[in-house]
Design a binder for this molecule. Structure first.
Ligand code: HPA
Length: 274
């Protein structure tokens, strides 16, 4: 894998010399933020050696380098998921590339269903922690000591200091920012009502089909992570109607304004190179 990372990195640096300090993973319907970067270089995932390419509508796949709020950043506009048939280490490969580009911090975002019945669709949730229910782990296989330790600590998987900052920023903007535990499942079928009751018993506040592989890889590389979920729907069994991907897309479009405003205010606070 190390030589694959190097291939991809060499390709990217041949296209753009920017040295990003911050990485962004922009989930379902949230990728448009990267279109606002200054001096942007967008490289389609399909052009990047060894990069998995997204197959889902609403997940245009580009790696975008540029300046956001004056900060050199790299964003993944869209991501691939385990349910698309990629292995979990392939799903985590783009995060490896962000790490190899030298980012000091990572912001991961996603669309998620509310398991916590106090939450409402359209709200944003700061991820305080996750539960990996994908039944696998991106670090399975030989450990690459150049990347990180065999048994990485996950007790501050979503960096406490960045969460505190995000709470303060949201408060200043008057944005309701919920906080809770994200359960990462494989999908692609949505959960059953019984599974949602189980997730609630386990301590989950939201559920989704992404993020966990990237966050494990980032923690392995000792890159602090900030996670934000866009609550797109109440999880299965909470409301009488059925869940649809269209509902997820429509709600994300509504929440995007607040989401972009929050990112715009958070990013300058993460400009540091240390
Ligand atoms: N379940 C799983 N993943 C999701 C959901 C959900 O309800 N909403 C958005 N992503």
């Amino acid at each position: 894998m190390y030589s694959e990372i190097k291939d991809t990195l060499d390709f990217i640096t041949s296209q753009c010399r920017l040295q990003p300090v911050l990485g962004l993973v922009l989930g379902s319907g949230l990728g448009a933020y990267a279109d606002t970067f200054r001096n942007r270089t967008a490289i389609p995932f399909a052009d990047l050696p060894h990069f998995p390419s997204s197959t889902i509508p609403g997940h245009s796949g580009n790696l975008v380098l540029g300046n956001a709020e004056g900060v050199p950043v790299v964003a993944l506009q869209g991501r691939v998921h385990l349910y698309e048939g990629y292995s979990i280490s392939e799903v985590a490969f783009p995060s490896r590339i962000l790490g190899a580009l030298g980012i000091r911090r990572l912001i991961v975002t996603n669309a998620a269903g509310a398991v916590n019945t106090a939450f409402k669709p359209g709200e944003l949730m700061l991820i305080s922690d996750h539960i990996n229910l994908m039944g696998t782990n991106p670090l399975i296989g030989p450990n690459l000591a150049e990347l990180g330790p065999r048994f990485p600590d996950m007790s501050d998987a979503y960096d406490g200091a960045m969460r505190e900052m995000a709470r303060a920023v949201a408060g200043g903007l008057g944005i309701t920012l919920r906080e809770g535990v994200y359960a990462g499942v494989c999908g692609p079928s949505y959960e059953t009502p019984a599974e949602i009751r189980m997730l609630r018993t386990l301590g989950a506040d939201a559920v989704g089909m992404s993020t966990v592989p990237e966050v494990i890889a980032a923690n392995h590389m000792e890159i602090p992570v900030l996670g934000i979920s866009c609550i797109t729907n109440m999880a299965a069994g909470i409301q009488p109607q059925k869940l649809t991907h269209q509902e997820v897309i429509d709600t994300t479009a509504i929440a995007r304004k607040q989401f972009d405003a929050l990112l715009r205010a958070i990013i300058p606070r993460l400009a540091t190179n240390d």
